[in-house]
Design a protein around this ligand. Sequence first.
Ligand code: DQQ
Length: 476
Amino acid sequence: MTLNTPALTLRQQFAADIHRPRYHFLPPSNWMNDPNGLIQWQGQYHLFYQHNPFGPLWGNMHWGHAVSPDLIHWTDLPLALAPTPDSPDETGIFSGCAVRHGDVPIIFYTGTARPNYDTQTQCLATGSPDLLTWTKAPANPVLGQVPPEAGQTKDFRDPFVWQEGDTWYMVVGSRIQDVGGAVFLYRSTDLHHWDYLHPLLVGAAAVDGVIWECPNFFPLGDQWVLIISSHLGNATGTVLYFVGHYEQQQFTPTARGVLDHGRLYAPLTFVDDAQRRLLFGWLREARSNEDITAAGWAGVQSIPRRLWLDAQQRLCMAPVPELERLRGHRHSLPAQPLDGLTPLPVEGLALDVVASFDVDTDGQAGLCLAGTPDGSAYTAIQYDAATQTLAVERVSPQGRQVVMSAAHPLAAAEPLALRILLDGSVLEIIANDRTSLTDRVYVAGAECCRAWLSGARARLLHLHAWEMPSIWQWSQ
Ligand code: DQQ
């Protein structure tokens, strides 16, 4: 992939930053958050994203744009959407989606207007055939009112649109005052005029969060899945999913779960030409605004994940197989019993690891990555069979701190299967294709990062660890 010159220059300026990912997408510089407008168009994958082109902190929301032939290698493109003064998007272009209307690409986004970002309406823009130029509908907004039953007029955003026959549907994230997060359902025959139907789903504030952002609603197998990003009162927010039946515009969930237990937020899904349902998620930073400002960039996209449901209606996911073509030198370990720490013959901060373990009912197993040469500090990914818990812990000379954990029950005789993507400060962990933990790890000045296997009353079944190159041509 070639880069345009300004983007190349900007990316090169960050070459020495060990926290900056090498094979995950992030903009040339400055702030990024939610993935937006995902679409495969004329064979190419287009990723739009929430972007502040003027600084490394959130604000001045525009849509950035990049294109890829394979979901892994990206070319930076010019900004796709910017706020227009004295219009419904005068203070920001918030999140949304892209659809194909015949031969015409259409973007739906939330325009925000004064005061601050408190007037939120749904807007439409039409793309040129190369997706580089977007023309906002003169009649924007196409959807301007929060339904009265919301009991509030501020939170109404992140349109997600799909087609059934000749009819278009849209869900919008919102909340019902004193009740909880809500997703409202609309219908249209022309994409410009929308009729309100009813809430698709409403949560209980204490359990499911106060606002539901970035809804995704789509068929998967013979079920329908609703994904929402929710403020649960913690610093990071949580992505929840609901699985169930959808008939006559009524959604009846029969199962639910947590899509990610860490720092993945505001995911967006789309279907590609191979009919795969793919998901990108924003991997939030875990450092102070001062540190972000000093770094000059913030926000990373996950490696896209393919989604499917298992027989128990659990949402399953795996990084797209395209990533495997990027893999470099491989290190493998044979099956062996685990007792304490076993050095892993890999170094560095850019790895793709596949490992499986057989763990006794009172055993533990896992990996320690991004370790300092003397072993006094590292990040531990540890499974405890007695509590059926997968945890990420930071270990430093000062002590051990559990950063995040997730319940991860294994069926009888089911091995623990870990997929771990380490990339600078990014750590994506998926256990048995169904439990996702993502974290951000900022190793302090360690130039030589070591790894170990760890365990007790457990056996390694197999392990492959690949060193991962940069996706940016200039840095090879
Ligand atoms: N981010 C956008 C909103 C969305 C939130 C603003 C989720 O549209 O609700 O940058 O991270």
